[in-house]
Design a protein around this ligand. Structure first.
Ligand code: NAG
Ligand code: NAG
Ligand code: NAG
Ligand code: NAG
Ligand code: NAG
Ligand code: NAG
Length: 775
């Protein structure tokens, strides 16, 4: 981080409070805990409102600043458009959005489609107060008066490469702001979260694979609100103990949304309504996935599959990492060591299992002309990202020197599709794992470096790992169809995922790099973690955060990716992983699939996976609600108990939906768990839930949870009878639901090819009535 000194601070006309003299009684946040504090004085040059007019959807203001600040490219006149949005759906009166632009020249805007609204709300849930001189905005919750946003605490900056505003926060309880490795609840004590997609093993205080400028906040009294800055440029989000938050981005515009909730689940729904609803996954996406970097041959990959079958351990999907490729080149397979790959895939299909392999964006650029169609054809069609001079930019990844497809261009999507189709004719894969799409580069920028200018070396560089925008990626000046890489960088994974959804049935894509709206196109795994107990624990926060970001199909590498796992850790991880929405065992060193361990461990893992398979109807129904209503699948306890402040920091337990609470073992050498149970009547799923066997022709029921007889694959399991597992509340009632369709046809909900069944039980005078409603 940047060292704050009196000189640096005062050079910017700011006030400085050294760490030692800071007084904790001051109302202004001061240099507590040895951290000095630099802030803008009230008289710092800022914008004033010079005109304010009503519009169809709200108001429009012109802001003018008289005096330039020290940032180059200061824009002295900006326009603010405030929209009091309403919508025919659930979001009525709950959304307020603001767009601040430069009226004299158009600036980069993130190319994702957000809903356009037609009408202005007449009775919003919020009150807006505009401060004219200096410009500032206060947003209050009408029902409680809580101040959700107050930007008058610091001046607005709107320079070409430096856009900043700050707000006080009504709470210390802030979540979201991915992708970072941290506890689920963020620390607001001088915590800078930098966003800029980056290939790096998950590390604290570091920008990771994806960028998600969205937070959810819990207010006093259990209300929740959300805030989304739709901006893809490199940025810092600085959490301060006041509590306060500063957004600092180096490009684009300021375009933000406030979601009024008022409960946390509704905030996520309102966010997802803006960025896009997650796709309904193909049913087998929810099965057990097995992968390894280091299967030397297709035969050894196959051996594991056969061994899993022999031991009766569920497995729906087998994967390969880059080992399968010929010299690590996309759309090839190593014909000697992986000679039987097409046969393996046929065998998987014959057993109702699936095959997924990795694809990296980098396309080898050094093969003899005429020998590697993907590159030759790509050059011909002009699909690759260009350097500042218009030549194909060359970087380096696993196959050596590579060019990078520009997925912001439709032409590239066609070329990508053609490649996939040709490869599919050889190896009939079922889904794609798109890795290295930050995009990752073993070099900084390109083989020939990058130009020296203000895009490569902006006046201010956020706290990105490596200190340079081009660190282990492409030059900021690289040219893409829709804009320069400086603007497009963190969108690469999103655009590649979009290009990769190309099959007739529901596509299966797992992406490392992600951006808001990614859930429409892919799931995500939490990256190259380690086989350590700490990584087991932090995976829960990662999973919960991505559910909050509208990407519910998420999980960590079960048993850990790097370093050697231990048997006990791997058992515990499989038990937790059985409750990841997406569960894949993957690693880089010795085999760590369930069959590699002792009979005791193997059996424990098998039981955990059978439990997951028996709960498939629950999980599948939760994904339906994510797809249609923007609900979370795995969710923090506080989503269901928003008034219970004790639940706000919990990230060692989580829930599936409303009624299933998971309390995993996260420490070595223990055979018990300490968990928190919010008020209510809780049943032990294993011992006290009532199981009523019902065949599939009867009325199907779901209350506490819903089970099916598990089997080796979900295809077989879903043909088994369903059981109702009921857990009644104190008054003897319970309810639940089930979504059921063919599991793979696209848009079954949208085209009415599904069954949706709602159940409720009421107990009157010791008779139990079962109600069943088919919708
Ligand atoms: C508001 O209206 C006035 C007078 O009609 C006009 O001069 C001004 O440009 C308008 N301002 C904005 C922000 O549209
Ligand atoms: C907008 O308002 C008009 C007129 O009051 C109404 O007919 C229309 O249905 C509204 N549209 C939406 C999306 O609410
Ligand atoms: C907003 O912040 C300013 C500056 O700290 C403060 O004077 C003002 O009272 C705040 N407004 C509200 C509504 O809290
Ligand atoms: C894989 O197994 C097949 C069938 O047993 C065999 O013909 C082939 O040689 C093996 N491939 C390798 C690389 O060992
Ligand atoms: C799968 O189903 C078959 C046939 O019903 C049964 O024999 C087998 O035991 C089941 N496997 C498991 C793991 O439950
Ligand atoms: C190989 C690998 O991914 N290991 C990394 C795991 O993460 C730590 C930091 O959290 C790195 O130091 C390791 O290199």
């Amino acid at each position: 981080g940047v060292v704050v000194t009196r000189e640096l601070c005062e050079a910017r006309n700011c006030c400085f409070i050294p760490a030692s003299t800071a007084s904790s009684s001051a109302s202004r946040p001061s240099g507590k805990n040895g951290i000095p504090w630099c802030f803008y004085p009230p008289e710092f040059p800022s914008y004033s409102v010079v005109s304010l007019n009503d519009t169809l959807l709200g108001q429009k203001a012109t802001l003018v600043k008289e005096v330039k600040t020290y940032y180059p490219g200061d824009i002295l006149t900006v326009e603010v458009e405030m929209r009091y949005e309403t919508d025919k759906r659930l979001l009525n009166h709950k959304l307020f959005s603001i767009k601040i632009t430069d009226p004299s020249s158009s600036r980069f805007e993130v190319p994702i489609s957000v809903p356009t609204v037609a009408n202005k709300t007449e009775s919003p849930d919020y009150i807006i107060e505009l401060s004219k001189q200096p410009f500032g905005l206060v947003v209050k919750r009408r029902s409680t008066g809580a101040v959700l946003l107050n930007t008058t605490v610091a001046p607005l900056f709107y320079a070409d490469q430096f856009l900043q505003f700050s707000t006080s926060l009504p709470t210390q309880f802030i979540y979201g702001l991915g992708e970072h490795r941290s506890t689920f609840l963020h620390d607001v004590h001088w915590n800078t979260l930098t966003m800029w997609a980056r290939d790096v093993p998950p590390t604290e205080q570091t920008n990771l694979y994806g960028a998600h400028p969205f937070y959810l906040a819990m207010e006093d009294g259990g209300n929740a609100h959300g805030f989304f800055l739709l901006n893809s440029n490199a940025m810092d989000v600085v959490l301060q103990p006041a509590p306060a938050l500063t957004w600092r981005t180096i490009g684009g515009i300021l375009d933000f949304y406030i979601f009024l909730g008022p409960d946390p689940g509704s905030v996520v729904q309102q966010y997802v309504d803006v960025v896009g609803y997650p796709a309904m996954p193909v049913y087998w996406a929810l099965g057990y996935h097995l992968c390894r970097w280091g299967y030397d041959t297709s035969n050894s990959t196959w051996e594991v599959v056969k061994s899993m079958r022999n031991y009766g351990i569920p497995q729906d999907v087998q994967w390969n990492d880059i080992d399968y490729m010929d010299k690590f080149m996309d759309f090839t397979y190593e014909s000697k060591k992986f000679d039987t790959l097409p046969d393996l895939v046929r065998d998987l299909h014959a057993h109702n299992q699936r095959y997924v392999m990795i694809l990296d964006p980098g396309i080898s650029s050094t093969q003899p002309e005429g020998s590697y169609w993907p590159f030759d054809e790509g050059v011909k069609r002009g699909v690759f990202i260009k350097d500042a001079e218009g030549k194909t930019l060359i970087g380096k990844v696993w196959p050596g020197l590579t060019a990078y497809p520009d997925f912001s261009d439709e032409v590239t999507h066609e070329w990508w599709y053609d490649n996939l189709k040709m490869f599919h004719n050889k190896v009939a894969f079922d889904g794609l794992w798109i890795d290295m799409n930050e995009p990752s580069n073993f070099l900084d920028g390109s083989t020939s470096g990058c130009p020296s200018n203000n895009l490569e070396n902006p006046p201010y560089t956020p706290g990105v790992l490596g200190g340079l925008l081009r660190a282990k990626t492409l030059c900021a000046t690289a040219q893409q169809k829709q804009s320069i890489h400086y603007n497009m960088h963190s969108l690469y994974g999103l655009m590649e995922a979009k290009a990769s959804r190309i099959v007739a049935k529901r596509p299966f894509v797992i992406s490392r790099s992600t951006f808001p709206s990614q859930g429409m196109y892919s799931g995500h795994w939490l990256g190259d973690n380690r086989s350590q107990w700490k990584d087991l624990y932090t995976s829960i926060a990662g999973m919960l955060t991505f559910n909050l970001l509208g990407i519910p199909l998420v999980g960590a590498d079960v048993c850990g990716f790097s370093e050697e796992t231990q048997e006990e850790l791997c058992v515990r991880w499989t038990q937790l992983g059985a409750f990841y929405p997406f569960t894949r065992n993957h690693n880089a060193i010795s085999p760590q699939d369930p069959t590699a361990f002792s009979p005791l461990a193997r059996t424990a893992m098998k039981e955990a996976l059978l439990l997951r398979y028996s709960l498939f109807p629950v999980l599948y129904t939760l994904f339906h609600h994510a797809h249609v209503h923007g609900h979370t699948v795995a969710r923090p306890i506080m989503f269901e108990f928003p008034k219970d402040v004790k639940a706000y920091g919990i990230d060692k337990q989580f829930m599936w939906g409303k009624s299933l609470l998971v309390t995993p073992v996260l420490d070595p050498g223990v055979d018990y768990v300490d968990g928190y149970f919010p008020e209510g009547l809780w049943y032990d799923y294993y011992t006290t839930c009532v199981r009523l066997p019902l065949d599939s022709h009867s009325c199907l029921l779901s209350l506490c949870v819903f089970e099916q007889a598990p089997n080796l694959t979900l295809w077989v399991s879903t043909g088994q009878p369903l059981h109702l597992v009921s857990a009644l509340s104190q008054d003897g009632s319970a309810s639940g639901d089930l979504f059921w369709d063919d599991g793979e046809t696209i848009d079954t909900y949208e085209t009415n090819q599904y069954a949706y069944i709602i159940f409720s039980i009421a107990q009157v005078l010791s008779f139990m009535f079962l109600f069943c409603l088919f919708v």
